[in-house]
Design a protein around this ligand. Structure first.
Ligand SMILES: [Zn+2]
Length: 145
């Protein structure tokens, strides 16, 4: 499986979240080129402010031992909460779908030695733009504004 195929699964997770009435952000954890976890933002669905896509994904992956060989995919650049988990667990690479609708914590991760790649995908940007336009209050609550 290549790069964009993993991101395609993260996008599918985001779309599932949207269908559930949630915030369309999806994430996939890859270890040794295999998916070991996937998830999406469930803050609205579970009324849980910390169930971001990346956290849901890490939780679904369960205890996987070392994170040294892992790559975390997210449709949106991880926020400080999720970037904190990335640094804490020692995830080496983060691949984000975009960082235009939300800048996230790219610099924080990079300052801790994490390789961060921003694919700047139109599909991811459109998903967030449409959601933010239709649900400005929900989105502002999510990012703490
Ligand atoms: Zn987050």
């Amino acid at each position: 499986m290549k790069y964009d195929e993993f991101m395609a699964i993260a996008i599918a997770e985001a779309q599932q979240g949207l269908q559930e009435g949630g915030i369309p952000i999806g994430s996939v954890l890859v270890k040794n080129n295999e998916i070991c976890g996937r998830g999406h933002n469930k803050r609205v669905q579970d009324s849980d402010p910390v169930t971001h896509a990346e956290i849901d994904c890490l939780r679904n992956a369960g205890r996987i031992g070392s994170y040294a060989e892992t790559t975390l995919y997210s449709t949106l650049m991880p926020c400080y909460l999720c970037a904190g988990a990335v640094v804490q667990f020692g995830i080496k690479t983060v691949i984000a779908g975009e960082s235009q609708t939300f800048a996230g914590a790219k610099g924080f991760m990079e300052s801790h030695g994490v390789e961060v790649i921003d694919l700047d995908l139109e599909e991811c940007k459109q998903l967030m733009r449409d959601f933010i336009q239709q649900n400005p209050r929900l989105w502002n609550e999510d990012i703490g504004n």
